[in-house]
Write a protein of this length. Structure first.
Length: 94
């Protein structure tokens, strides 16, 4: 089996020969996937509400354009929580 086949089968690769970091790698992956799902649900819900308000006339186009930057900031702040968790765990490089 070549290196690419091993990577495809494992869905990831360790950068060290220390197998004790595997649980950390799994935890990091789960936290990242959970954060991605949170970001997707928040932006989808925000956009649905924004479109409904704009369609009914409650949200003027200029205000809608200004409000469109809020989900971007919220996604960045939510995703930055992943970096904070890395600093607390001792910055294990997987």
């Amino acid at each position: 089996m070549n290196g690419k086949a091993i990577h495809v089968r494992a869905h990831g690769a360790l950068m060290r020969d220390d197998w004790r970091v595997v649980p950390d790698a799994i935890a990091i992956g789960r936290r990242a996937f959970r954060t991605i799902k949170q970001n997707l649900w928040f932006t989808a819900g925000y956009n649905v509400v924004g479109m409904a308000l704009a369609a009914t006339g409650w949200l003027p186009p200029i205000a809608a354009a200004a409000a469109q930057s809020l989900p971007d900031v919220a996604v960045m702040l939510n995703s930055s929580r992943l970096l904070r968790g890395r600093a607390e765990s001792g910055s294990v490089s997987v």
